[in-house]
Design a binder for this molecule. Structure first.
Ligand code: AMP
Ligand code: GLY
Length: 422
């Protein structure tokens, strides 16, 4: 089969690598891609937000499967444009992508489906926000209702900071603070059914020990040796299946990755958020461990055939990704700094250097975004994979490089959400 991956970041690089390893996949294309993706796929300079252009490219390539990576094109309806031409797409329609595109909508669906989540109020005025903050008390959780690339959320004990964030956003969701380890569970959905992937954990704060502002993710690992073995099945039964049923009842079946961000609280798993696509870097170690061919799995989901498709299996051992970010991230980012050491890092056994924000400038690899690279390594267990990832990351340098030193360190299951109360 011929696959076309839409997007330009680390998630798309990890997807392209996994697709290229599936014996059922003959060719991988990407649009627009990045210098890392170019090593495993043929790149096409097509705007990922332009549904017609993406659909035309898919048709011209004879693509059997289009995988739309990021949320912005999904929320903009790019999957609909491709699907309208009869081409299989892994990625929800514009209507179903509202599960991520609007926090208020996702809360409404969760409530209708009986999905366990934080109690929440949608607020549009300072008075409503103040009342909601006082109802729940500190720590305060205030979320921009619109897409904000993982940075629209403020968790703070400072009531004024919570109010200021609400004022800056306009429409916000104020919710109860969920205390417990945070887990990412990716469910591959065909509209009716889902196969969960192995759970992972994403370290969201910029600094060691869970300090500093939230980012899109600074590192991740799988498996979660400390979690209950029935976690994925439990989330499938209490969260994913009821949500798919509710979306069907609304006539908006969800086909694609339902990313369930969970807090494992004292009273069981609670949903922190839904995303309508794979998470980055959380999906990276999961794809390293996936034994099942990714192309075949996503194609079955895109064609509504998960009922006839066996559940995916995972390799023994573990994988860890460590993100290398540029100066100023997450508030800003810097571009054009020369990157060295990627070749030697990637040559180490079990290591992939995943490109997130890189570009070529006169043949030299340079930084081109907030999150620049992720160094992913596999190993016999989390500690081994972690040691290999950091050994490889030590070989890479660029001006202003920022990385955490405690990704996947003991104690595993460290609670970034709880450390937000510091
Ligand atoms: P979100 O964009 O909804 O994933 O939120 C970003 C981060 O904020 C999450 O990964 C959590 O660390 C934190 N967060 C969001 N909602 C809550 C909540 N209700 N309780 C505690 N932490 C939260
Ligand atoms: N790693 C978090 C996200 O992809 O939203």
């Amino acid at each position: 089969m011929t696959c076309l991956v839409i997007g330009t970041g680390g998630r798309e690089h990890a997807l392209a690598l996994a697709l290229a390893q599936d014996p059922a996949v003959a060719a991988v294309h990407a649009a627009p891609g990045n210098p890392g993706i170019a090593e495993v796929a043929t790149l096409h300079p097509v705007d990922p937000m332009d549904g017609v252009a993406v659909a035309e490219l898919a048709q011209r390539l004879g693509a059997d499967l289009v995988v739309v990576g990021p949320e912005a094109p999904l929320v903009a309806g790019v999957a609909d444009a491709v699907r309208a031409r009869g081409i299989a797409v892994f990625g929800p329609s514009r209507a179903a992508a509202r599960l991520e595109g609007s926090k208020a909508f996702s809360k409404e669906v969760m409530a209708a489906a009986g999905v366990p989540t934080a109690r929440a109020f949608t607020c549009t005025t300072p008075e409503e926000t103040a009342a909601a903050l006082d109802e729940f008390g500190a720590p305060y959780v205030v979320k921009d209702d619109a897409l904000a690339a993982g940075k629209g959320v403020v968790v703070t004990r400072d009531r004024d900071e919570a109010l200021a964030h609400a004022a800056a956003c306009g429409r916000v969701v104020v919710e109860e603070f969920l205390d417990g380890p945070e887990v990412s569970l990716f469910a591959v959905c065909d509209g009716e059914r889902a196969h969960p992937l192995q759970p992972a954990q994403d370290f969201k704060r910029i600094f060691d020990g869970g300090r500093g502002p939230n980012t899109g993710g600074m590192g991740s690992y799988t498996p979660l040796g400390w979690a209950r073995p029935d976690l994925a099945q439990n989330v499938l039964d209490t969260v994913v299946t009821p949500t798919l049923d509710e979306m069907n009842r609304r006539g908006e079946p969800f086909v694609g990755c339902l990313y369930v961000g969970l807090a494992l609280t004292g009273s069981g798993p609670r949903v922190i958020e839904f995303n309508c696509r794979f998470g980055d870097p959380d999906i990276q170690p999961v794809l390293a461990q996936l034994e099942t061919g990714l192309g075949s799995l996503l194609y079955a989901a895109a064609r509504g055939r998960l009922a006839e498709t066996p559940a995916p299996t995972f390799r023994p051992g573990a994988a860890v990704s460590v993100v290398l970010a540029s100066a100023g991230y997450p508030e800003s980012s810097s571009k054009g700094d020369v990157i060295s050491g990627v070749g030697s890092a990637g040559a180490l056994e079990g290591v992939d250097v995943i490109h997130a924000g890189t570009a070529l400038d006169g043949g030299e690899l340079v930084t081109a975004g907030g999150r620049v690279l992720a160094v992913r390594a596999t190993g016999s267990n989390v500690a081994d994979a972690r040691a290999r990832a950091y050994a490889a990351a030590d070989l890479i340098s660029f001006a202003g490089l920022q990385r955490r030193s405690d990704i996947a360190a003991e104690p595993l299951g460290v609670v970034e959400g709880a450390s937000a109360t510091e």
